[in-house]
Design a protein around this ligand. Structure first.
Ligand code: ANZ
Length: 850
């Protein structure tokens, strides 16, 4: 009934934006400083949902903000459009994955347009377009040239439902597939890997420069994922074997305490060692291995499972003291960590101790954890035979510490005992000493080990980038020649896409057969496609020169725009996508193509939109549909409601998102602009001073608040400003007051971040040319920022004792301090003791005394 027609306004401005293209990033001649704002690109899984509404709202707020601050802003959009869901949907409905994908993209594009997002629509990319994925193939070949893409026969994570391999990062902590939910099993396969482990140190060390700019949680997760351990490699002889076997240990200081030796049952070494054993051991080992292979790594590492293992009938020799150590195979040792074998020190390692107690193996203490480790190194006394005297003496209380009895390993620092030349040293010194000794004797030396594994990128699925390699008849693997790139996918028609463990491309006879580029002999193309995380590992660079047929991205444009200034997306990408993008960026840096080593200068993880405390989902039937909200209240109302619902990083319950409330606020703001009667040439300073102060305080605070991503606070302050303006129109100086116009203009400029359609309409009603989205925000007048003062009263035991003038925005602590310092208050207090203080800033301080 008030004339505010959100739908008409939204359609009007969407049309104008589409025609005028005002949010296109400035090109060559644009001298403004640049900002690159990016939200993680969407997967075209269907219609836009509330998660999208939130994510792309936040990046749009930031993009619009920097335009208002005079920046040349790049805010692009594209689609991460390869991947399993398209293929699975295609299998389920018998459709073509290509059609399914591009239909969804079209729908999402329309959704973004009707949501008023200020994207640069000239740079749209889809990773499933040949002119995009040809550069994945280029990247693959570059990595291959540099020895960073290689094939390896290894035990891989296998998803038995999707019938494809998974990267380690795609296996959830409970051992199930991130994709299908199936329990992931191990399978031996020859696959393509990217050698991300070569970059482990840089990926770890460079996290330091992101400190303060990325969420602490993401930095921590990346550090843990890379999982660098520092220690030593130690070489052990195994009786009856020519070559020595290396183990990695973080506690080489405990070498004298090793009492047995363990190899991973599923390692090549275990297979080799058991080959010479008697039939009974072989049979027991085979049965054990069978069981182990059905377990996940997570199960294997769990500390509360009973320890299991098989003695292999062989012995290793401790290189430092010649002691014979029985060799066991046990599942708690993993084949692909360190060297797949460990020296077991049960006195000082809990897993080893549990194992020793289960199989009655000796426990030898070599660190006195009761001895102080600060101060001078104690002199080790020798008995008459020259044997060091145990500095712990024979204090009976020490028995309480014996790990063999207590079952608790002694992992604390202390002084070395029973350790020859190491005796008396602290852990740190002992590690340094033994590492040197091992090195000098050619028996090992300092080493690091990482939890990070190489990135397995082959997928046995159709809807992805074909791996640009050829397998020749004589067993060579060579790149598809450059003039045959892009190597495009064949038509899905006629191919059986159902998961069956081998790539559907293998059955596309015409496609898979090719010729050996060197000999002209028949050859086969690689049938696998790339993990789609390859696509998203560099897409932010493709936005800089989209559609360029000559190169993946322009290094010159990258120098101007990149790295991304503001990146936002869900915390579910804390490891995978961000780690891969960081890795590829470093590779491109080494190739001299970019001049920075980190792709995303700042990162924000937005919270989720939930409903009644639970995640929204179709299956739970608690989905709030994006398009329904748009139809009912309009894009601006949804945007304002989401921005107002709470801090960016917090989860927001839909019950706290009020689109109707937001719509009322927008109508109020719009009516203010409509009511303004003064012309654009009014003299501001003649306006109502109180209203002007509210306006200018917001102009002063908004930039900082937006930079701190406190969007909800900015919306609240806009509401306050609109209310203050309404009051002046209705009961104050009236609609012709210059301060009313000033407030309405400031409202339109700042409201543009949240409700761009309404803001444009207001701007036009106020007599300006479009677009408010490009208008530079006005600077606050400092003389209007001086705080208003108010009178605060000070009471003592209920009696008014003083009135003091204070700033209206004074903090409680400061007000209390001023009250206590007041002469009249001090006089009235005398030597009475204050037992209670109540402060209501800025008005009252009330003391109670005894
Ligand atoms: C002897 C020792 C004594 C160890 C001691 C620890 C404490 P992080 O910190 O996770 O890197 N280890 C080495 N390779 C292994 C494998 N493939 N599977 C399971 N465990 C393995 O752990 C490093 C420690 O884990 C290494 O140091 C080794 O045990 C074990 F008092 O060596 B330690």
């Amino acid at each position: 009934g008030d004339g505010f027609d959100a739908h008409a306004i939204e359609q009007k401005w969407q049309k104008r934006w589409e025609t005028a293209d005002p949010f296109r990033a400035g090109g060559e001649g644009d001298t403004r400083p640049r900002k690159y704002v990016l939200a993680m690109f969407p997967y075209p899984s269907g219609d836009l949902h509330m998660g999208h509404a939130e994510n792309y709202l936040y990046s749009d707020i930031v993009a619009r903000f920097w335009r208002h601050r005079g920046y040349n802003v790049l805010n692009p959009i594209g689609w991460d459009s390869f991947g399993l869901p398209a293929e699975n949907a295609a299998i389920k409905r018998g459709a073509d994955p290509r059609e399914w994908t591009y239909d969804n993209i079209a729908q999402q594009k329309a959704g973004f347009r009707s949501y008023g997002v200020s994207f640069d629509w000239n740079r749209v990319l889809h990773t499933s377009d040949p002119d995009y994925y040809q550069w994945n193939q280029w990247l693959f070949q570059k990595l291959h040239e540099r020895g960073l893409a290689y094939r390896k026969d290894a035990s891989v994570n296998w998803d038995p439902v999707d019938q494809t391999v998974l990267a380690n990062e795609q296996v959830l902590p409970d051992g199930t597939s991130e994709r299908s939910g199936a329990v992931v099993v191990k399978k031996k396969l020859e696959q393509w890997y990217f050698k991300i482990t070569d970059y482990a140190d840089r990926l770890l060390d460079d996290l330091n420069q992101l400190e303060g700019f990325w969420p602490q949680k993401v930095i921590r997760m990346q550090r843990n994922w890379i999982g660098r351990s520092v220690g030593a490699d130690i070489e052990f002889e195994i009786e009856g074997r020519d070559e020595r076997v290396t183990v990695f240990s973080t506690r080489p200081d405990t070498l004298h305490g090793a009492t047995f030796f363990v190899v991973a049952p599923d390692s090549d070494l275990a297979a080799e060692l058991v080959a010479g054993a008697d039939a009974e051991v072989q049979a027991r080992f085979a049965a054990y291995l069978d069981k182990v292979q059905k377990q996940t790594d997570i199960e294997r590492q769990s500390t509360d499972r009973p320890k299991t293992g098989v003695f292999l009938g062989r012995h290793a020799i401790n290189p430092i003291n010649g002691e014979r150590l029985p060799v066991w195979a046990a599942d708690y040792v993993l084949a692909d960590y360190g060297h797949g074998a460990v020296m077991a020190v049960p006195a000082h390692d809990q897993r080893d101790l549990d194992f020793a107690r289960a199989f009655d193996l000796p426990v030898k203490v070599v660190v006195d954890t009761t001895a102080p480790i600060t101060g001078a190194i104690p002199v080790i006394e020798l008995d008459e035979d020259g044997v060091p005297i145990d500095p712990r003496g024979d204090d009976p209380a020490l028995d309480d510490l014996d790990p063999a009895k207590t079952g608790v390993a002694l992992t604390d620092d202390g002084r070395m005992i029973n350790s020859g030349s190491l005796d008396g040293l602290s852990k740190r010194h002992a590690i340094a000493r033994i590492t040197e000794e091992l090195k000098a004797k050619g028996l090992g030396g300092a080493a690091k080990s990482y939890r990070l594994r190489d990135w397995l990128i082959s997928r046995q699925r159709f809807w992805g980038t074909p791996i640009p390699m050829i397998h020749t008849e004589d067993g060579r693997i060579v790149p598809v020649p450059e003039d045959q790139l892009p190597l495009t996918l064949p038509d899905a028609q006629g191919l059986d896409l159902k998961p069956k463990g081998t790539s559907p491309l293998g059955a596309a006879t015409d496609w898979i057969t090719t010729t050996d580029p060197e000999t002209g002999q028949p050859a086969r193309r690689d049938p696998d496609t790339m993990d789609t995380f390859v696509d998203s590992s560099w897409y932010f660079l493709r936005f800089l020169s989209p559609g360029d047929p000559s190169e993946a991205f322009s290094p010159a444009e990258a120098r101007k725009w990149a790295p991304v200034d503001f990146y936002i997306g869900g915390v579910e990408h804390a490891i995978l996508h961000l780690l891969y993008a960081r890795f590829i960026t470093k590779v491109l840096y080494d190739m001299g193509m970019v001049d920075f080593t980190e792709p995303f200068s700042s990162l924000i993880n937005q919270g989720m939109i939930i409903l009644g405390g639970a995640k929204m989902s179709k299956s739970k039937g608690n989905l709030v549909v994006f398009q329904d909200e748009l139809d009912a209240h309009g894009a601006d109302a949804l945007r304002v409601a989401l921005a107002f619902a709470g801090p960016v990083e917090d989860d927001k319950d839909w019950n706290d998102v009020s689109t109707t409330g937001a719509q009322k606020f927008l109508a109020r703001a719009w009516r203010v602009a409509k009511d303004v009667t003064s012309e654009t040439d009014v003299v501001w300073k003649d306006g109502d001073p109180a209203l002007r102060r509210v306006t200018h305080r917001l102009l002063a605070d908004a930039p900082t608040l937006v930079e701190q991503t406190k969007f909800n606070v900015v919306v609240a302050r806009l509401m306050e400003l609109v209310n203050a303006t309404r009051k002046v129109i209705d009961t104050g100086a009236g609609p012709e007051d210059p301060a009313v116009r000033e407030a309405a203009e400031a409202t339109a400029m700042i409201l543009d971040l949240f409700a761009p359609h309404t803001a444009e309409e207001m701007w036009e009603m106020l007599g300006y040319e479009p677009f408010v989205g490009l208008a530079t925000w006005r600077a606050a007048d400092p003389t209007l920022l001086v705080d208003e003062s108010v009178t605060a009263v000070v009471q003592i035991d209920g009696k008014l004792r003083a009135k003091i003038d204070v700033a209206a925005r004074i903090e409680s602590d400061e007000l209390e301090r001023l009250a206590r310092a007041d002469e009249r208050v001090q006089r009235a207090l005398g030597d009475r003791e204050i037992v209670k203080v109540i402060v209501r800033a800025p008005k009252i301080v009330s003391f109670s005394t005894r």
